[in-house]
Design a protein around this ligand. Structure first.
Ligand SMILES: [Zn+2]
Length: 479
């Protein structure tokens, strides 16, 4: 494993959202200890250790790397398909299925690499990944050096993976035994696809295995009207009602339910904030569904985690950019609301005041959740303990060393009045200088991370290979 590394910075962001000087002592990919130390103490301390083990980052801001709690990196290859969808009804589903049925394992590895590269570019150190060919996802992540909680998609009723359920199951267990992947920060989770593509028997097997192996469950839930309709038709229950009937909601194992668009307020009582987290993908939901009512979740004490979902629904994998939608997306409710509709028909002062009043009501609902630390917790503190074998998300002793180094003198932070506010709401990822996962700097060197990654010969070779594979895939799919 990696050599010991003693990392000093005058500005390290700790889980209480205070920025303090300290030395991080990193070994075997883990922050073993943290010594609070100002520069003077650091200068004295560093005399005791070999020079090559010490890095002085000066006053660069060091934060945890982000966690993207829901993505399908491989689907980066389908970016842009959304444009066609607007022209023709169901083209997305048809196209995805045609392409996914023709995917070869090495395609998944090649496309996942590029997804992982884009994730690193935006400061993501760990992804909650969910897709077919779990073994190739692991290879792709490992090639690039991105940490991942990998769900090899389990489905047995419908979808491109329905004929490979046994393989997906095997991949999950292979990863459980794969110590080299674990050292690289890649761990398994159980990945039922959704409620309407997984049978009762398979759900029960997943619940039992999760319990026996202490493995989290990561699933889509109540994402689309088809799923809701299928559930009522086949089980006379809502998707969440069926999960309760199958015992999933009583399971004292961490679960990540993503989307939950069609979940009633009373149904939330079926979940337990100690074990159930709700996953929100604002940009993707805005395009392919609608943004979930996250205030209803947060008012009931649930941690909300943010993901990008697939780059084909989102057109990007920058999870930091999701924060501003998360912060204020509900204000579009006013745009489409009754008071503005009436005002547009008859723009009187009285009606203008009614619009302002509605705006204030919606603002008051989100006001408790928009402080920068609260927002940033969705990418750091809240996913920190989601996987018992992957302690990430915050800078603390015993956690994986997944770190970002920022140049807050970069123009996109200027005038740098409030760096936390900038991290939550501004376009700051161009200011990333370095990224570390599991104690290793990735694509390291001088200058900015984005420049080094884009110009790296290995990345260019990966991109070339992925382009060639994509062309062949389109041909095989008859497109
Ligand atoms: Zn998804």
């Amino acid at each position: 494993m990696t050599l010991p590394l003693h990392l000093f910075s005058e500005r390290i962001l700790f889980p209480d959202f205070e920025i303090r000087p300290a030395i991080l002592h990193i070994q075997n990919g883990v922050i073993e200890t943290i010594t609070p130390a100002n520069r003077e103490l650091f200068e004295q301390w560093k005399q005791q250790v070999p020079e090559f083990e010490v890095e002085d980052l000066g006053d660069a801001l060091v934060t945890p790397a982000f966690v993207n709690a829901h993505t399908h990196l491989c689907m980066l290859a389908f970016r842009g398909i959304g444009g066609l969808a607007s022209l023709e009804g169901n083209v997305v589903k048809d196209l995805y299925f045609k392409l996914e049925r023709n995917l070869e394992p090495q395609d998944v590895r090649a496309f996942t690499r590029l997804g992982a590269v884009e994730a690193l570019l935006s400061g993501t150190g760990m992804v909650w990944e969910h897709y077919y060919f779990g073994d190739m996802l692991v290879e792709g992540l490992q090639d690039v050096g991105l940490c991942g909680a990998v769900a090899s998609t389990l489905q047995d009723l419908d979808g491109p993976g329905m004929d490979r359920t046994d393989m997906a199951w095997k991949e999950t267990f292979d990863l459980l035994e794969n110590t080299s992947a674990h050292k690289a920060g890649i761990v398994p989770v159980l990945g039922p696809h959704a409620t309407d593509t997984v049978s009762d028997d398979l759900w029960r097997k997943i619940a039992q295995t999760a319990d026996e192996q202490n493995l989290p469950i990561h699933s889509h839930l109540a994402q689309a009207i088809d799923e809701v309709e299928w559930s009522w038709t086949h089980h006379t229950l809502s998707p969440m009602g069926r999960m309760a009937k199958l015992g999933l909601t009583d399971l004292e194992i961490n679960k990540l339910w993503v989307h939950a668009l069609y979940v009633g307020d009373d149904e939330l009582k079926l979940l337990n904030p100690n074990f159930d987290r709700l996953g929100h993908c604002p940009a993707a939901q805005m395009q392919f569904g609608f943004p979930a009512h996250t205030n209803a979740w947060r008012n009931r004490g649930f941690d909300v985690l943010l993901g990008t979902d697939s780059p084909s629904c989102n057109d990007g994998i920058n999870v930091q950019a999701e924060l501003r939608f998360f912060a204020a997306g509900d204000s579009y409710g006013i745009t489409m609301g009754e008071s503005l509709r009436k005002f547009r028909q008859d723009p009187t002062l009285k009606r203008a005041k009614a619009v302002k009043e509605e705006r204030q009501i919606i603002y008051d609902m989100r006001a408790p959740f928009i402080d920068s630390p609260v927002l940033l917790s969705a990418l750091w503190n809240h996913p920190a303990d989601l996987h018992p074998q992957a302690p990430v998300g915050i800078i603390e002793e015993g956690r994986w060393a997944n770190l970002l180094v920022w140049d807050t003198n970069h123009p996109c932070f200027w005038p740098n009045t409030d760096p936390l506010q900038a991290l939550a709401m501004a376009n700051v990822t161009p200011a990333l200088q370095r990224i570390m996962t599991r104690g290793d700097w990735k694509f390291d060197g001088k200058g900015y991370l984005a420049h080094r990654i884009a110009s790296h010969p290995q990345v260019q070779a990966w991109q070339q290979e992925a382009s060639e594979r994509l062309q062949l895939l389109w041909k095989r799919a008859g497109l």
